[in-house]
Design a protein around this ligand. Sequence first.
Ligand SMILES: Nc1ncnc2c1ncn2[C@@H]1O[C@H](COP(=O)(O)OP(=O)(O)O)[C@@H](O)[C@H]1O
Ligand SMILES: [Mg+2]
Length: 265
Amino acid sequence: MLTESLYIDWNNSFEVLDKAHEAGLFVLIIGPKGTGKTTLAREFAARKGAKLESINFSLRTRESHLVGSKTLDSGAIGFEHGILVRSMKEGSMLYLDELNAAEADVLLRLDEALDDRRQIVLKEAGGELIEAAKEWFVTATINPLSHVGTKELPPQLLSRFPVRIKLDYPPEETELQIVKKYVSGSHEKEILQGIKLANILRQAAAVEELYYSPSLRETIAFGKVLNAGMKPRQAADIVFANIYAQWGSVEYQKVNDVITSMLGN
Ligand SMILES: Nc1ncnc2c1ncn2[C@@H]1O[C@H](COP(=O)(O)OP(=O)(O)O)[C@@H](O)[C@H]1O
Ligand SMILES: [Mg+2]
């Protein structure tokens, strides 16, 4: 994948990850969607030459995804380990994405493995005791609580991740450098306008004047459609404005007016 060696470390996150890794402390990355959390975790694993096991949490994630489940193979009952147990045994890196979208029972099971003993008892598999290899390393991400479907993590689980990295939307110039990593060709001036527009919408969303905050995915997409030959105004409509119609014409019109004032009709 393209994203592998593209990460721009604009807030020294690698250094923090490195130190935490050295100290055997697990890391929590907090920030809105599209601020590079997943890319950062992937790239860190790649730099360490570690295998990365990832799981994206949702309401549908079950304990069995983590610990494993029974199998039936030509009459014999076995047990296939889930991602948590596999990564503990292998000593790989485990990436727990959007941890605060998980249900409480799933979090409880995770908590058992993450405490200082780094072990878990598989009651599902005859009480087998799994102990983590000493290289085992865990990073997790959470979205700010304003995001739909997110819940507050229980404090004891938070304490399993004593190192916390806060990611946010980057400064304009940095965002431009990031977008240019994904978009070949010129259009630098227009891309910068798209980033300014995104920042206006982000600020409005932050004070709840708008329902949606565009991420770096959108500014990257904006650069890509410009590069494909689209005019800035149309690109801004399809990438930034149209989505607000989801919340009705008043919401949409607010954004449309901002775009008109920046880019004309
Ligand atoms: N610092 C950065 N350097 C390079 N690319 C970035 C950076 N931050 C974000 N991106 C890009 O922005 C997009 C969204 O990032 P992603 O890691 O998926 O965000 P998140 O996991 O926070 O939702 C991806 O294409 C990603 O590669
Ligand atoms: Mg992500």
